[in-house]
Structures are given as C-alpha cells and as structure tokens.
Design a protein around this ligand. Sequence first.
Ligand code: FAD
Length: 411
Amino acid sequence: MSSRTTGASVDNATLGSGHTSPPLTRAAALARLQDFAPRAGMEYARLRNLDMGPGRHKHVSSLSPALRRRLISEREVVSAVVSEHGPGASDKFISEVFWRTYWKGWLEQRPSVWTGYLKALAHEKQRLNHDSGRMTRFSQAANGRSGIDCFDAWATELQETGYLHNWARMQFSSIWIFTLGLPWELGAAHMFAHLVDADPAANTLSWRWVAGLHTKGKAYLADGERIRAMTQGRFSPQGLARRALLPAESIDIPAPSTPRPAALPKKGVSSLLLLTAEDLSLETLPQIDSLSIDAIALLPGDSEADGIALADALARARQKWPDAQVLGAFGAHELRSARDLRCRQIVTGFAPVGPIADRLIALRVDAEREGLPLTEHQRVWDVEAWPYCRKGFFTLKEKIPMLMSLSGDQR
Ligand SMILES: Cc1cc2nc3c(=O)[nH]c(=O)nc-3n(C[C@H](O)[C@H](O)[C@H](O)COP(=O)(O)OP(=O)(O)OC[C@H]3O[C@@H](n4cnc5c(N)ncnc54)[C@H](O)[C@@H]3O)c2cc1C
C-alpha cells in the first residue's frame, strides 16, 4: 500500500534497532539521534553496508524521514556525531549526510532534470497501458513477484515499512533496470510513492546514477555474490544481469544554472508563517525568531507521514508564538484571513525543486494578488554548500572540512 496516498503503513513501520516507527516528530528525531550517535563513528564506517533485514537496520541511523522534512537539521545531526567521535572517526557518516546536500544542490541547479523526469514518467505510464506484457512485468516487480529472492523481499519491505536500507536501494534499482529491463522512471516513481523519506532529489538522482545517467560511462550493476555477503546469506539471487547496458545516446546533463532566487523575509513586518514538509523546525532558527509572526498556516502534505510531521511542527510553532492566530490548512480563505489580520508577508522555509515547490508556484501568484509576497527562508547550510554541488560529489567532499568549520548556529 502506498504511504504517499494513504500512509497506512506508517504507524506500524518497523525501522532501526528496536524502533517501531520512523522519526516523524522533532522529539522522536532527537531521541533517535541520541540513540544512534554512539554508533555513528568507526562502527558505522565498517558496518553501514550490511543489510540486516526489516526491523534490524541497527548499523544505520534511520534518520532520513526526519532529515528529509528538516524536523532535525543536517547541522544538528553532524554536530552531535562529531562531538561524540571527533571529526576523523565521523568522516563516513558526515559524508553520507553531505550526499543528501549534494543531490539537493545538484537538482536545484538543474531543475530541467526534474521536469524532464516527470515528462518521461508520464510517457512510460502511457506505454504501460498499451503493452500488457510490460504491465505484467511492472506489476510483478512492484509487488515482489519477480522470482528473484532479494528483490522480492525488498519490494515487500518497501511496501510494508516505507524504508529500505541504502545498499538495498542500490541493488533494487539496479535489478529493476538491468535484470528486469524496466524503465528507471517507473522504478523511481514506485519507490517515491512508498518511501517514508521520499525525496525528489535523492530519489530521482540516485536512480539516474544507478542507470548510468549521472556519470559518463558509469552505471551500478548488482552482483549476486555480493548480495549474499552483504545480507549475511539471507539471499542467493540467480540470473542477475552480468552487464549494465549504458544509455545508447551520450548522456545529456544540462549545464548548471544559478539557484532560483528567493524573496527573503523582511524584519519588522507582520507575517504569516506557512509550514511545509520541506522545513519543519523553523522555530529553532534565530532569523525566524526575530520576525513578527502573527498567523500560522500549513500546506497539507500528500502522505500520512507528512501529516504527522506537520502536526508536530504546528504544535511547536503554537508554543513558540502563543499569540499568533492559527489558520489551519492554507487556501484562499486563509489568505483573506491573513490579510484581515494585517499580515504583510508570508514566510516559509525554502522549497527546493520538487512537488512542494511546484505547488508554491500557484500559491505565490494567489498570495501576491492579495498583496502578500511569499518569502522563503534559505538555510545557511544550503547557501554555503550548494555552490559546490555543480559537478561530481568529490568537489563537495573536498569542501566538507571548510563547510563544517564555518561558524554559526543559524543553519
Ligand atoms: C535508488 C535510491 C533511492 C533513494 N531515495 C531516497 C529518498 O527518496 N530519500 C532519501 O532521503 N534518501 C534516498 N536515498 C539515499 C539513501 O538510501 C537514504 O538516505 C538512506 O538509506 C536513509 O537511511 P538512513 O537514514 O538510515 O541513512 P544513514 O546511513 O544513517 O545516513 C544518515 C543520513 O545521510 C543521508 N544519506 C545517507 N546516504 C545517502 C545517499 N546515498 N544519498 C543521499 N543522502 C544520503 C540521509 O539523509 C540519511 O538519513 C536513495 C538511494 C538510492 C540508491
């Protein structure tokens, strides 16, 4: 069942070591970080690629549902880990967190890759409807009936828990593309629909990376023997593709553009705070604290997981600004209420390329028509790191010590 549409699996999802649910509140994320930080040093570097199976992912943090929505920030997570282990022993974990930053910054500077993906996906869905053989293969793969033991177990885990270990995601996507011969766009959309941490940048670009569309001449090929080893003998897949078919045409990577400029919030102006699933700990930031927040509204999410996280963020915002009027889910009526309350701007967290940014485009037009500019707070973390996310990951990786040393608690 899709966690995107119904989220029915969210409450019962089994994640992490002894954790029974994904961290979808700030308190749960902070508790998860505290629990995991002691294991984020050398132990993480050594064991992080072992896939222990559903409910036993104790060598990784399972923090992604919280990081994706910024219930907790990248800065908070890496700071906690560095203070536990020092910078050297935390290297591997920190660099994984920066992979998230890299994908976000890379897509932000190539928005046409997102729109191109959506277009190709629509085309692939149409092709499915006209080809019953293809539809059968797609449905068997999506529902864990391909006949490949590891793949079917991961398809089931994805549907039942909304989570897959990173290494399993790599094997799953590789088998989907190169062994089952299915379009990567359909696989990416299927995963996106079920992951509790579904992220337009990390998901789409990881699938492209596996498919050989990110780095010239490089694709990721799953290997049966390695799968047996990394799953400690749980699986022994047969008949996997022995060759990754690289895209026939030379890969078309658009040149990076300047990130979309955001209208920044003004100080001393009565403001409506709009909460979206892109940034759900705005109340912790000094720049937001210094604004005059007189009303609070939220942009409803499109999964039950988003709903839980948004409700938590709303409760924290109400505590922070007890005198602000809570307007609820944002729409035309709330826009007029904000204007009646004499709000002069809408303040929200920056929405990087993806469905939420797409929804904000229409909302921005409506808001401006009512005389309320929609302004976005950009985290210093992104502003500083994204200029290094224009080429390969190594360019960013080299800058990690410098980025980590920059002072500031406003991230
Ligand atoms: C095909 C495919 C699809 C993916 N789809 C998503 C997605 O939709 N959303 C998402 O957040 N991640 C995605 N990832 C990246 C990665 O698999 C998850 O972030 C990670 O498995 C989350 O588990 P964790 O929190 O236990 O990670 P940990 O190993 O504990 O890492 C800590 C944090 O670092 C970040 N991180 C770790 N590895 C990566 C990575 N390879 N890329 C980007 N960020 C990383 C995550 O925010 C994660 O929470 C995808 C990877 C692949 C190969």
